[in-house]
Design a binder for this molecule. Structure first.
Ligand SMILES: [Zn+2]
Ligand SMILES: [Zn+2]
Length: 334
């Protein structure tokens, strides 16, 4: 089983998000088969809020650990959404609506084709012809326009962006190191300007928006959407767009923490740790998403992904899920 892995520790930066999802499926196959989609999203929410707590405490090393946990749970969640509906057994009926046929690489590229989606809408509105390919985001200077976008405008942009992303298919970014580079290029000025608090809040906001997108796949207000079947597809596309946003803000946290540590390294030695509280580790140059993941989930002996809780290449944690009526009753009775 081990030799089927796609990601090796030594080449983690060259792995794609999809390679990681593939390996996660191998490590946690048995456990994840028992988890619902809701369960994996709840775990993501848990770590996104814990990340907020660590930001508040100024524990930047713990922020990175929480970020690693968010990524693993979120990738598990996306992996479940990708599962073909006919292969899903014991799934609650409404959860069959939670689906995407796309790879995570494509989900991200459809929303961020080396382009900021908000800039794309703004620039397109002004000059119908020029598309902002490989253009640094300047939303900072246009925040009222960005926040004032209506849902219809955003939905329209999503469709146009997808077409634009297809045009640039040959230049698609997929390796972790390249994705991080793309976000640093697009949003470098924003990351320098925003506080870590504001970035952590934004990540939490995006995780919440994924929850909202799921809710809207199975619940429809009939006075606004009298024919839900007409809306399902666009709402599914909206979920895909929100997933891309979460990935964008995950990279934002990684890049921002690195920037903060770079500030620390510019200070004279012996000045104390100040707001850093814990000494920078790993050192700033090594802070990137691939290393954050491998520091937490990489088996140092095999160089492969493993379960850090039980230490096994295929998770053997003694987890019991209480799901059947009889089992839950036995738990309640004590
Ligand atoms: Zn922008
Ligand atoms: Zn385990």
């Amino acid at each position: 089983m081990v030799d089927q892995r796609k990601v090796k520790w030594s080449e983690a930066s060259n792995a794609t998000l999809d390679d990681l999802i593939y390996d996660i499926r191998i490590v946690w196959a048995k456990k994840d088969a028992q988890r619902t989609i809701y369960d994996t999203l709840l775990h993501t929410v848990n770590h996104a809020s814990k990340l907020g707590e660590q930001v508040r405490r100024g524990e930047y090393k713990a922020v990175l650990d929480e970020l690693g946990d968010i990524v693993m749970w979120f990738l598990t969640f996306v992996g479940k959404l990708q599962q073909r509906v006919e292969d899903r057994r014991k799934t609650s009926q409404e959860a069959l609506l939670f689906y995407t046929p796309l790879t995570l690489t494509d989900l991200v590229w459809n929303k961020y084709p080396y382009t900021c989606p908000a800039c794309f809408l703004r620039v397109n509105k002004k000059t119908k012809k020029s598309k902002p390919w490989k253009r640094r985001c300047d939303c900072l200077l246009n925040s009222s326009i960005v926040e004032g976008r209506t849902d219809d405008e955003k939905a329209g942009t999503e469709k146009e962006l997808r077409d634009f992303a297809k045009e640039h298919e040959a230049e698609k970014v997929s390796k972790l190191v390249e994705l991080e580079g793309m976000f640093a290029f697009l949003y470098g000025a924003n990351y320098e300007t925003f506080s870590l608090e504001s970035i952590a809040f934004h990540l939490l906001e995006e995780v919440g928006e994924v929850s909202d997108a799921l809710i809207r796949l199975y619940s429809y207000n009939l006075s606004k959407t009298p024919n839900p079947a007409k809306f399902y597809e666009s709402r599914r596309l909206h979920l895909e767009s929100e997933i891309a946003d979460v990935m964008s803000w995950i990279f934002a946290v990684s890049i921002k923490v690195k920037l903060l540590y770079q500030v620390y390294e510019k200070l004279p030695e012996g000045v104390g740790l100040g707001p850093f509280q814990t000494a920078p580790s790993p050192r700033a140059p090594q802070i990137n998403l691939a290393n954050i993941l491998w520091n937490r989930y990489g088996d140092k002996n095999t160089g492969l992904l493993y379960c850090p809780t039980c230490g096994k290449p295929q998770c053997n944690c003694k987890l019991r899920f209480y799901k059947t009526a009889a089992a839950t009753k036995s738990l309640i009775k004590g």
